[in-house]
Design a protein around this ligand. Sequence first.
Ligand SMILES: NC(=O)c1ccc[n+]([C@@H]2O[C@H](COP(=O)([O-])OP(=O)(O)OC[C@H]3O[C@@H](n4cnc5c(N)ncnc54)[C@H](OP(=O)(O)O)[C@@H]3O)[C@@H](O)[C@H]2O)c1
Length: 293
Amino acid sequence: MRVSLVKKIVGVYGYPIGHTLSPLFQNAAFKELGLNFIYLPFLVKPKDLKKAIEAVKALNMVGVNITVPYKRAVLPYLDELSPEASKIGAVNTIHHYRGKLIGYNTDGEGFINSLKEEGNFEPEGKNVYLLGAGGAAYGIAFSLIKAGIKSLALTNRTKEKGELLLKHLKKFSPQGCILRFIEFNKRNSATLLKEIDLLVNATSVGMNSDDPLLINFEIFSREIFVYDIVYNKDKKTRLIEAAEERKFPYLEGEKMLIYQGAISFEIWTKRKAPIEVMKRAIKEKNAKVSYGW
Ligand SMILES: NC(=O)c1ccc[n+]([C@@H]2O[C@H](COP(=O)([O-])OP(=O)(O)OC[C@H]3O[C@@H](n4cnc5c(N)ncnc54)[C@H](OP(=O)(O)O)[C@@H]3O)[C@@H](O)[C@H]2O)c1
């Protein structure tokens, strides 16, 4: 890529950031459509978050994706939120448009689109168990409820954060969707696990290859669908390995990554994202990339 000719900069802010695969497929998509954009990963330390967001304006960048652990922390630094991001209370995409920083959340929609398109799983009427109450969990929970699930059980290591998400969801949850918080130390309750149809891991557990398995798969008495939104460049997560062992259908985080990234791409470029090109870029180059962080 001839960097000197690049005019439009987008990227991703996170801490850590070395795991990100977004530059691979976003740059492949820009190239495919002949767009003069470049997508870069930025390691932003917590103390520098405000300055890094201000830099989007100062450097006249088109926008950035926001990843772990900043999806909620960026809210005070934005000029406007899309109606969806405002309801969700978390942002994963910022668009610098007409001098303003506008926050969007494409996680939830990307999650649902990938679940339907790649997993052939229809969430309507299903019982869902969500692990985690961080930035990604907000978007996913919101979109699952919007898609008409029957119930959502939610657990989180830090009880206060889990209960905060639950409270937040209750504000816009349509009547009929049963919402409940499960204490983290009771997360393997047999009664609960026996009734679920879809298990979603939205914690960061799995980012490191020696991370534990949070759920005891022995308890499942029937097939469930497993979605681990964590993606790992080098190998499958333990959760996905456990799903494979039980021959359960599953999706890995790369699928959500592509579908949420496609929506961000469309916000920044106003062009239709070439999803197949994005998928191919990840498949071909996966495991070969390293930013040295
Ligand atoms: N595939 C995709 O497109 C996609 C999109 C978004 C995010 N993700 C991935 O999803 C993960 C979460 O992202 P995020 O933005 O929501 O991060 P976040 O805001 O930092 O939230 C992290 C979540 O993980 C939990 N957690 C962390 N360490 C844990 C542990 N050892 N045991 C149990 N729970 C633990 C946290 O619980 P506490 O509240 O107790 O700290 C919190 O619920 C990251 O791995 C991220 O890369 C993937």
